[in-house]
Design a protein around this ligand. Sequence first.
Ligand SMILES: NC(=O)c1ccc[n+]([C@@H]2O[C@H](COP(=O)([O-])OP(=O)(O)OC[C@H]3O[C@@H](n4cnc5c(N)ncnc54)[C@H](OP(=O)(O)O)[C@@H]3O)[C@@H](O)[C@H]2O)c1
Length: 232
Amino acid sequence: MHARASNRERRVMKIGIIGAGNIGGNLTRRLTALGHEVAVANSRGPETLHDLAEETGATAVRAEEAARGAEVVVVTVPVKAVPGLPAGLLDGAAADVAVIDTGNYYPRERDGRIDGIEDGDVTESRWTERQIGHPVIKAFNGTYAQDILDRHRPAGDPGRQAVPVSGDDEAAKRVVRALIDELGFDTVDNGGIDDSWRQQPGTPVYGLRAGADEVRKALAEASPERPEAFRG
Ligand SMILES: NC(=O)c1ccc[n+]([C@@H]2O[C@H](COP(=O)([O-])OP(=O)(O)OC[C@H]3O[C@@H](n4cnc5c(N)ncnc54)[C@H](OP(=O)(O)O)[C@@H]3O)[C@@H](O)[C@H]2O)c1
């Protein structure tokens, strides 16, 4: 017997997913396939998530209910939608809930300029955690949504892709990294949320389909300057 995945890491978890689009939908598919209990929400209400719920066995809920009892919550909405998320979004979640933020700020194409990010000179995830009032773990923001379904591989597979993960809460980061391992990807620790600019849009690692060594190298090569195309 070897203790690669402890019982704690492999046990069924209650997971809330806020946002049921490209990323939220595919995480719902994979996490339910792994046996986790998933509650999923969008902005229009659970009645609009009937097909996804039927397909996956996830429970469609209102956004304010998604985090109830959850050990992991995924916030996967357009960044411009974050301030409009319900107040008390995380009420009723486990005390040590790990909140994953997959968001990317696209000021020119989708989100419009957000002064709090650009003038505040903070990382996108620092801004998001201030909006929702809870620390986040940044992960999957540079992963193509379809890869979540198509490119997962068992641990040790030479073609396994790696995902950079940033966050200040080390315990929450461990939970998230173990979950990503279960989902079929390696992870690379990219430090705290103040370091998460290294994985934001326009950086070398963003959208990079590669293993841990190349991901580490790309993170090291990032420039702290927000690329022109990602300024509002
Ligand atoms: N697409 C990708 O490949 C990809 C990859 C990595 C990261 N990301 C990032 O991850 C985030 C999500 O991307 P996506 O492509 O999955 O977006 P998407 O397909 O546009 O889906 C967005 C989801 O958010 C929901 N939503 C919006 N406002 C909400 C609110 N107030 N309460 C609850 N749900 C709300 C939408 O619900 P309704 O449809 O009901 O409005 C929709 O289900 C973005 O920040 C994106 O930049 C995307």
